[in-house]
Design a protein around this ligand. Sequence first.
Ligand SMILES: Cc1cc2nc3c(=O)[nH]c(=O)nc-3n(C[C@H](O)[C@H](O)[C@H](O)COP(=O)(O)O)c2cc1C
Length: 217
Amino acid sequence: MGKRNGLTISVLLILFLIPLPAATQEFKEIPLVKPQMDSGRLLMHVLKDRRSSREFSNRTLPIRVISNLLWSACGVNRPESGKRTVPSAGNWQEIDIYVATAKGLYVYDARRHRLLPVLDRDIRALTGSQSYVKDAPIDLIYVADYTRAGKAPPETKDLYTAIDTGFISQNVYLYCASEGLATVARGTMDRAALGQAMQLRPEQRIILTQTVGYPKK
Ligand SMILES: Cc1cc2nc3c(=O)[nH]c(=O)nc-3n(C[C@H](O)[C@H](O)[C@H](O)COP(=O)(O)O)c2cc1C
């Protein structure tokens, strides 16, 4: 075996045998599973049960549940046009859902139905002032990207981004009511601190956060 071949084999052995640090191994794009169209309870029962809950178990949510949740929230339901489960003003589709977890921060890519890694850091505690936010499995952060908000006057953009977020939040409420999950939307948080931690661009604005998890037993 030549010297160079020996070196290549040694490098390959090192790459395969030395375990990477946990963060490098785990903090990467997460493909979501196809939404289950045959799941869910009767709409009238779901509406009867819809409520805000502020007591969460710290049990993690399976990928199947996260996939169904995000697709219900604002997933693509008409692939031919790319339109979503929620309406949006002028079809701007300007609201992004960031997902804060113990592993780090992700953003939902609705078109490809996957979670893209954003930040290798747990920022759940910054999504609200109440103590449960740091322990619940996921805190959703609804962020408006004003570069996608058309040519409307500023006050119209503010109004429509808030309305568009409301539709998404309500879909999350309904999915949670259907699946027996706990959830609460939150307007109260330190937006500057959260935005800084998320490394948002100046044209991005945090509208609302929403915690989702299993109810505390
Ligand atoms: C825009 C908006 C902002 C909210 N902000 C908060 C909040 O900061 N903290 C909180 O505990 N609940 C918050 N909530 C939840 C409301 O308090 C809750 O919806 C209301 O008390 C009615 O209860 P229900 O959702 O169980 O019907 C918010 C709800 C909305 C729609």
